[in-house]
Design a protein around this ligand. Structure first.
Ligand code: R1P
Ligand code: GUN
Length: 484
């Protein structure tokens, strides 16, 4: 093998920067899907620009970073974005990323892409596993001199997309309730989207999906003996089927939603794996941050989160519906979310009190939430100019007192120091009695607060006493019975 090839050097750089010798699994994240690996453990980010001969993506939605780390203890190398031939890269330049993976020991490559759907059931937002592809464009990375040390001159493509990996993907999707379709991907070089006649022709030929990527990488990986799985996120119907003109903006907007769905699923599941056997609870936000999400999508996300092991859901109340006079719509969305819970789910409702016009509205929405039987009233997302306020918290406390059934409160957003936190805590103690406050009915939502609190506490107590205090907070009973 020719040791001067750039992919040796790229692999050496990745090994040196990460301190990891070998990676078993790799992922290529397509248009708008780059965020899928953001939350992996032991993350190292390396720009493609630091790697010799690595083709740099020139199109929006392809960040151009290698992200390395671990998921559930498995070493993973991910490419945030890819170069496409339509950007003007010589076909052979696409060998470098895949052969770098080969040099790193990668055995399985999972590709993702954004694609057009050619069938009714492949509508925007659908995820589909690729079972095979059609490629009429001869200009692929493997034309030219063959490197026999990597793979043979002629190679078999009968099972280009590993049947074993397809089975595993389908099994995982079923296990985690992810609707997953399948299809044959037709490769067009782009950069134009297809004509309606091309789409009709592709349908006749047996294609289900259409896109401008993935195939060059699949060919290069199969040649190198790497197993390939590929997942399309359908961002639009193909030309002529779609009612609107196609655009990259649409691709990015749709893939952002699906990408979020993919990563939420991966990371709730991941968090459950990491936290197995510990008392730490897993919560995820739903309909976040504006409360204006598509119900079909956020219900699906919530369902998947629960299936993946989430303990708690923080649902943003559709307050804009409410403020626009669509109160019934807002209440029905709340009820649907509440109905999704299993026996142990804790449901917190974020009212976004800083966006509500007055305290009367805070009270009206609090009452509706309490009647729905939710577990916590939470003030804010932290994403609006006004977050938690003592006034809104006081309305929560009154509403819960008047309702007569246990429900917790969670002031959230903008609470950064001990003194402010203490004020909220004192309000709850006055309303409910000091001994009645526990983690089951009083929480803070403030990522910046913990260090400040621990700092404050440790100046008053020894470390052991602090731990004892924290334990006491979480075990003392809330009301006569726990929140439902
Ligand atoms: O396949 P990826 O790179 O995900 O992106 C797809 O979306 C872009 C068009 O909007 C094209 O690059 C097409 O191939
Ligand atoms: N070629 C092609 N690529 C896409 N990427 C996202 N949608 C499409 C599409 O309809 N056609």
């Amino acid at each position: 093998m020719n040791k001067n090839k750039a992919y040796y050097e790229c692999a050496d750089i990745i090994r040196a920067r990460t301190g990891m010798k070998r990676f078993r699994t790799a992922a290529i994240l397509g248009s708008g899907l780059g965020s899928v690996l953001e939350g992996i453990d032991k993350k190292t980010v390396i720009s493609y620009a630091e790697l010799p001969d690595f083709p740099l993506p020139k199109v929006e939605g392809h960040a151009g970073n290698v992200i390395c780390g671990e998921i559930n203890g498995v070493s993973v190398v991910g490419f945030q974005g890819r170069a496409h031939l339509y950007e003007g890269h010589p076909p052979q330049s696409l060998l470098t990323p895949i052969r770098t993976l080969k040099m790193l020991g990668v055995e399985v490559l999972v590709q993702t892409n954004s694609a057009g759907g050619l069938r009714e059931n492949l509508k925007p937002g659908t995820l589909a596993v690729i079972t095979d592809h059609i490629n009429f464009f001869g200009n692929i990375p493997l034309t030219g001199e063959n490197d026999a040390a990597i793979g043979p001159r002629f190679f078999d493509m009968t099972h280009a997309y590993s049947p074993e990996l397809i089975k595993i993907m389908k099994r995982c999707a079923a296990e985690y309730c992810i609707p997953l379709k399948e299809g044959v991907y037709a490769y067009f070089m782009g950069p134009n989207f297809e004509t309606p006649a091309e789409i009709r022709a592709m349908k006749l030929l047996g294609a289900d999906l259409v896109g401008m990527s993935t195939v060059p990488e699949t060919l290069t990986a199969v040649h190198a003996g790497i197993q390939v799985a590929a997942l399309s996120c359908v961002t639009n119907y193909g030309a002529g089927i779609s009612k609107t003109p196609l655009s990259h903006e649409e691709t990015l907007a749709e893939s952002k939603i699906a990408g979020k769905k993919m990563s939420e699923l991966i990371f709730v599941k991941h968090a459950r794996g990491q936290l197995k056997g510990t008392p730490v609870k897993i919560a995820t936000v739903i309909n976040f941050p504006h409360g204006t999400g598509n119900p079909a999508e956020y219900m699906e996300t919530a369902k998947q989160a629960l299936e993946s092991g989430a303990d708690e859901l923080d649902f943003v109340f559709p307050y804009r519906d409410w403020l626009n006079g669509n109160r019934t719509v807002a209440v029905s969305k709340l009820q649907s979310m509440s109905a999704l819970r299993n026996g142990r789910t804790v449901l917190k409702i974020i009212l976004e009190t800083g966006e509500l016009p007055d305290l009367k509205t805070v009270r009206e929405i609090s009452d509706v939430c309490l009647q729905t039987g939710i577990d916590f009233l939470k003030t804010s997302t932290g994403k609006t100019p006004v977050s938690a306020s003592p006034e809104a918290t006081s309305v929560f406390l009154e509403a819960i007192r008047d309702f007569g059934h246990p429900c917790g409160i969670k002031p959230s957003g903008g609470i950064r120091d001990y003194a402010v936190a203490d004020r909220y805590l004192s309000m709850a103690e006055t309303a409910w009695g000091k001994d009645m406050i526990s983690a089951a009915n009083f929480r803070f939502g403030a990522s910046g607060l913990l260090d400040n609190l621990l700092g404050g506490l440790s100046s008053l107590h020894t470390e052991n006493t602090v731990q004892q205090d924290m334990k006491n907070i979480s075990v003392s009973p809330p009301f006569n019975n726990t929140p439902h």
